[in-house]
Design a protein around this ligand. Structure first.
Ligand code: SF4
Ligand code: SF4
Ligand code: SF4
Length: 353
């Protein structure tokens, strides 16, 4: 892959010839010398440093990160009443279209994908989980990925200091995006197979064969599982079995190395795990294309032949200019609104339909 990766400076030009993605209906916009992303003018807007979409999203992401793992704070500061209150809320919350494991000892909410896979593997059809996920995604698209998911948040924070991003050519990007769909198919197939085997009482051989993969085949490679289940199990063990140095320490070590690798690479390649590997993101994207809230471009303001700032700042590397003005319907859009806040002509609009 190394020779397929070209570097794009936020003030430079994508030099490599790109292949069109099959979902893009418009004519290829010209390659352009891009403009410097818009900066907030403190003279015209002294509060702009804090009152802007980017800052709002960062704050929301950090609060969501703390909230999702809020139980740890309550346990730490020994607040039993608040703990009980929080627990009662948690038991009635639906799952969210993010990546968050069910078993996280300090987690207060689980991801729809994680829950769905668990339910399939126990032989339950996840009506409620899928229904709640559909309602949220059909209204807000993948805003959960852009504003709430803790794994997305960590990748965004790691990327933040790096102004020069590394991006594959569009042909390579298109191929790499398919990987997450294959991961989803394998994980979902195994979960359904295990579920049926358990219902029919013939799961023993399968359980032995799948080992750590039996209840959720994605868990061993799921950064959220590693960070919010595996790691707390070492720091606050509830039994000797959860300590990796007593059981399966090789696996646990590999998983820790993998999660460090995911975030390390995010420094150069924004949201690479979301773009290429995450089966949950792919699943949510299937239903988010025609969400009620989406992105559009104002044709009277947008100048696609002389500007591509929105594409350069998009953490999901979406070719925004190739979509129709009235609807940017990429399943990879996480509604982060970075394109909107950087557009020099204020041409990106939120559409409600
Ligand atoms: S695609 Fe990224 S942000 Fe969305 S669920 Fe997966 S890890 Fe989270
Ligand atoms: S939407 Fe804005 S940033 Fe994107 S091409 Fe049009 S004018 Fe440029
Ligand atoms: S198209 Fe805009 S809102 Fe969607 S992911 Fe890219 S920058 Fe974020």
């Amino acid at each position: 892959m190394a020779e397929d990766v070209d570097r794009i400076d936020e003030t430079g030009t994508d030099e490599e010839e790109s292949e069109p993605e099959d979902e893009m209906p418009e004519d290829e916009p010209k390659k352009v010398e891009i403009k410097e992303p818009r900066r907030i003018s403190l003279r015209s807007n002294p509060l702009g440093l804090i009152l802007n979409i980017r800052m709002l999203r960062r704050v929301f992401q950090i609060l969501a990160f703390i909230g999702i793992n809020g139980y740890i704070l309550l346990a730490w500061f020994r607040m039993p009443n608040v703990q009980a209150f929080w627990l009662s809320i948690w038991q009635n919350l639906p799952t969210l279209p993010i990546l968050a494991p069910l078993e996280a000892p300090f987690g207060v909410i689980a991801g729809s994908f994680d829950t769905m896979i668990r339910e399939f593997s126990t032989g339950i059809f996840p009506f409620f989980t899928i229904g709640a996920m559909l309602i949220i995604v059909v209204i807000f698209g993948r805003a959960g990925c852009g504003w709430i998911c803790p794994i997305g948040t960590i990748q965004d924070l790691v990327t933040l200091p790096k102004r020069t991003k590394t991006r594959p050519t569009h042909g390579t990007e298109t191929e790499l995006r398919k990987v997450k769909a294959y991961v989803f198919v394998v994980v979902a197939f195994l979960a359904v197979w295990v579920g049926f085997s358990r219902l029919s009482g013939t799961a023993e051989t399968l359980e032995n064969a799948l080992g750590a993969f039996v209840n959720d085949a994605f868990a061993p490679l799921n950064p959220a599982y590693i960070l919010f289940v595996l790691l707390p199990d070492q720091l606050w063990p509830t039994s000797l079995d959860t300590l990796w140095y007593f059981s399966q320490w090789e696996w646990a070590l590999l998983q820790m190395i993998f999660v460090i690798f995911v975030f390390f690479i995010s420094f150069w390649i924004p949201r690479w795990f979301c773009r290429w590997l995450c089966p949950a993101g792919w699943f949510y994207g299937v239903f988010s294309r025609d969400a009620l809230i989406g992105i559009a471009r104002n044709p009277a303001r947008c100048t696609p032949d002389t500007c591509n700032v929105c594409e350069v700042v998009c953490p999901m590397n979406i070719r925004i200019r190739k979509f129709p003005y009235k609807h940017m319907y990429s399943p990879d859009c996480i509604m982060c609104l970075d394109c909107k806040s950087h557009c020099p002509n204020n041409a990106i609009i939120l559409k409600f339909s």
